[in-house]
Every structure is written in structure tokens, then in C-alpha cells.
Design a protein around this ligand. Structure first.
Ligand code: F0G
Length: 450
């Protein structure tokens, strides 16, 4: 195992400032979440070692047969692409290994020939956050941190709480005072995290608080400005290609909140190309909810920087973020890959979510924004129906059961306009008499055809 890590695709790794005018480097052993010299974000820079791409691909395949916990993790299986962390510090819940589904109902719904979903919601804590959390919590352990801290719209806190419990570390999660899906809060409580609901605060407010608190020496910050989170989330793209036999799709579609995932996917694209593992990039499309869409608004205006949204509003609470920290990298990803940035309405998200359910897949509202965007781009003629499209479903259906029940029982309104949603795919429960005939009548009812 050690030997495999040593046989890394990378020679050297260091923290590096993302500001091109600064580019200061720091050793990985420093606990840093911003550049001490200029205050910009940091990422991990590597020197490629020049291993043969085929050798790397074959080794990653071979590990699927292994019983080693690190090989069984869909993240650590690709450890040559990750920062070096001693195996004794690694905290894993066998994250990753998430499936790709072909979605027929949704393809028809969006008007495209074929549509693939990679369901990141099928991770141990039900969201894509586990990809990044296993790496960042392992680094926290390597640095000897005792207190793990995050701000969250819910999924980061659920994931961090689980990994902290595995590692025997204290977890402190700060969540907004309201608008957090209860499935996520329940997870944080169950995993033993100290769960602080900050009165009157939204996500952007709580993120400001944890950034200040992270200066304390024994505290380690787990939000996506932590460069190790980004490293783990790169694997989403690497694993996707491994599953697709290294055929690069034309489009990759992702919901955007704090834009850490968009940044991570693009970092993976750049590095895989440097290593000769792929020859081109997919177009990365980032989707935001209309009431929380600072990036989409900047792109529509042709602006080079975002104007934060002071009071973001959407029922897709995971992406209810007005001032995303990773916006610069997301903008760069859009420019470099030629992808689109799309804002979708509350109605479009709700309908798309129900459509994903009809393929037997299901997801939480923020994830469904991807299908809404594919439909919209197709209607605008920006997608060719024959192109390969992969959309990332970031969270599990059961994260936010309240939203789903309200949609199907006609009680969901548009948070921006106050109008009820049309609920075209609503499937409310039916109260029925305890008689065989009354029940059997529904066996052949045409209203329920698939
Ligand atoms: N989808 C889901 C289900 C999420 O939980 C999040 C972010 C996103 C998409 C957006 O990802 O921030 O990388 O652009 N949730 C964070 C949290 C903010 O606190 O759980 P992003």
C-alpha cells in the first residue's frame, strides 16, 4: 500500500496560491485555508512524474478485485492522483463507487437521445461530499487536528459528522437558522456532531463565521475552500472516465452552490490531460437556481466577476448560496471548456426532480437542477440531441422528504413568486376503502401508465 502511494503519478506536491500575481507555495504540512501572503484561495499543485497512462489505468482496474479497504474506496483507489497521506491516517467509509444510470424517461423529458446520470447521492452519507471529506478528514488526522468545523446547507455537515465520528474527532457544524433539509440535520445529530443552528443567518453568513474560527490552532476547516476537499472531489471525474472506458463525454452537467465541485471537476480535467489520460475536455455546464444565481447572472452580463446575491432564495436549499467562494475557478472552467452556465426556475427544478423519480432513480432538489438545465439547453438549441451528456446527481432522494411529499400532494409553491407549482408529475397518496374492488380498480387505471 505504501509502495503504491510512493509509486505516485506525481513527484512533488505543495499548496499553491491561486492568485496568478502571487503563486506563493507552502508545504502540505501547513494548516492553511487561504494564502498568508495575499489572502486568495490555495490549491494543491503537483509536478507530473510521467508514468504511462495505460499502466495507471490498468492498476486502477486491478484494484477493483482487492479486499484492501483503500482499494475498495472509490476515492483511494485513485490515490496516485491525490496528495500523499500515510495510510495509517486515512479515514474511509468506502465512499465513491457510485453508479451511472441511463435514464430513458428523462432523456425523453429533455428531448435528447440519451442521458446518463452518475448518482453521487449513493455515497455512504448520501451526497457527493464524501468524495472530498475522506481526503480532508484524513489530512486533518495527519496534522493532529482535534476539532473539525464546517458551515453547511446540510450535506457537508452530515458528511463531516460521519467521518469525524469514524476518526474519533469532535465535529462542530454550523447550519443556517432555517431552510435546511431535515434529513441532513438528522444525520449530523445521529453521528454525534455538535449541531449549531445560527439564528437569522444564511449559508454565506455562517461561512464567514467558520472562516474566522478556523484561525484557532486546534481547529480544522472542512468547507470547500479546504484544498484537500477539492482533491477528493476530483475523483468524481476520474471515476466517471474509468466507468466510461476513458471515452470523454461531450457534456458534463453539475449543480453549483459554493462552486467547489465545479472547481474540482475542472482541476481533474486539467490534470488528466497533463498526464496524457485524456486528450480533450467535456463542456462543463454549471446550473444554479434562479433565486441564487450570481454566477449565471455574471456570465449572462459577460462580467468578469460576480455580484453576490444578498438574500438568496430557492427551495433547493443545498444550493441556496449567494456568495460562492470558488466563483473564480468556476468561471475559468466555463471559459476553458466552452460550457454553459444556466439558471433554472423553481418550477423547472420541481418537475425535473419528479421526472428523475420516474426513472426509478430519485434525488434531492439541487441535483434535479441538472435535468432542468439539459431540457432548457436543448430547447435553446445549445445541445445537439446525439451528444453524450452526463449529469451529476449530487444528493439522495431521502435527504429532503418534506419537499417530495409537498410536491406530490400539491403543497409546494414557488418561493420566488408565491404561486403554487403546476405539479404535472404529482402522484399523491390515495385514500381508499378496505374493499378488494375499491383497491383492484387502480390496477389498470390509465392515469398511472408509465
Ligand atoms: N448539490 C448538493 C446536494 C449539495 O449539497 C451542494 C452543496 C451542491 C450541489 C453544490 O455544490 O457547493 O460544490 O457548488 N452543499 C454544500 C453543503 C454547500 O453545505 O452541504 P458546490
Amino acid at each position: 500500500m505504501d509502495e503504491a502511494i510512493m509509486r505516485s503519478l506525481w513527484r512533488e506536491a505543495a499548496l499553491e496560491c491561486l492568485n496568478e500575481a502571487c503563486r506563493q507555495r507552502y508545504p502540505l504540512t501547513e494548516k492553511l485555508f487561504a494564502c498568508p501572503s495575499c489572502g486568495d484561495l490555495l490549491w494543491i499543485a503537483y509536478e507530473p512524474a510521467g508514468e504511462e497512462p495505460d499502466v495507471a489505468r490498468a492498476r486502477w482496474r486491478e484494484r477493483r478485485l482487492s479486499d484492501d479497504p483503500l482499494d475498495q474506496s472509490g476515492v483511494w483507489r485513485f490515490r496516485e492522483c491525490l496528495p500523499p497521506i500515510a495510510p495509517s491516517h486515512i479515514v474511509t467509509l468506502r465512499e465513491g463507487n457510485t453508479p451511472i444510470y441511463r435514464a430513458r424517461f428523462c432523456a425523453q423529458y429533455a428531448g435528447v437521445r440519451d442521458l446518463l446520470f452518475k448518482h453521487l447521492g449513493l455515497n455512504p452519507t448520501g451526497s457527493f461530499k464524501d468524495y472530498g471529506m475522506t481526503v480532508a478528514v484524513s489530512q486533518a488526522r495527519a496534522l493532529g487536528a482535534r476539532i473539525l468545523l464546517c458551515a453547511s446547507t446540510g450535506n457537508t455537515s452530515a458528511s463531516m459528522a460521519a467521518y469525524a465520528a469514524r476518526a474519533g474527532m469532535r465535529a462542530i457544524v454550523l447550519i443556517p437558522g432555517e431552510n435546511v433539509a431535515m434529513g441532513k440535520v438528522a444525520q449530523a445529530l445521529e453521528y454525534g456532531a455538535v449541531t449549531l443552528q445560527v439564528k437569522g443567518a444564511n449559508f454565506d453568513d455562517v461561512l464567514r463565521l467558520v472562516r474566522e474560527l478556523s484561525a484557532r490552532p486546534d481547529v480544522y476547516l472542512l468547507n470547500s475552500l479546504n484544498p484537500f476537499r477539492i482533491e477528493g472531489q476530483k475523483v468524481i471525474f476520474i471515476e466517471l472516465l474509468d466507468q466510461l472506458g476513458w471515452e470523454v463525454p461531450e457534456h458534463l452537467v453539475v449543480p453549483g452552490g459554493n462552486l467547489g465541485n465545479s472547481a474540482a471537476l475542472f482541476k481533474a480535467m486539467v490534470e488528466l490531460r497533463q498526464l496524457g489520460l485524456i486528450a480533450r475536455w467535456p463542456k462543463l455546464t454549471i446550473v444554479q437556481a434562479q433565486g441564487a444565481s450570481p454566477l449565471a447572472e455574471a456570465v449572462a452580463r459577460g462580467a468578469k466577476c460576480i455580484t453576490p446575491v444578498a438574500q438568496p432564495r430557492t427551495r433547493a436549499t443545498a444550493i441556496r448560496i449567494g456568495h460562492p467562494v470558488n466563483w473564480k475557478r468556476a468561471l475559468r472552467a466555463l471559459e476553458a471548456t466552452g460550457g454553459f452556465c444556466v439558471a433554472v426556475s423553481e418550477e423547472e427544478i420541481a418537475e425535473a426532480k419528479a421526472a428523475i423519480g420516474r426513472d426509478g432513480i430519485g434525488c434531492e432538489p439541487a441535483s434535479a437542477a441538472t435535468l432542468a438545465a439539459v431540457k432548457k439547453l436543448r430547447e435553446q438549441g445549445k445541445l445537439v440531441p446525439s451528444e453524450t451528456i452526463v449529469a451529476l446527481l449530487t444528493g439522495h432522494l431521502l435527504k429532503d422528504p418534506d419537499y417530495t411529499l409537498r410536491y406530490h400532494s400539491g403543497q409546494l409553491d414557488d418561493v420566488l413568486t408565491g404561486r403554487p407549482l403546476s405539479g404535472r408529475l404529482a402522484n399523491p397518496p390515495i385514500s381508499v376503502e378496505p374493499h378488494l374492488d375499491a383497491i383492484a380498480r387502480y390496477f389498470y387505471d390509465g392515469r398511472f401508465s408509465t
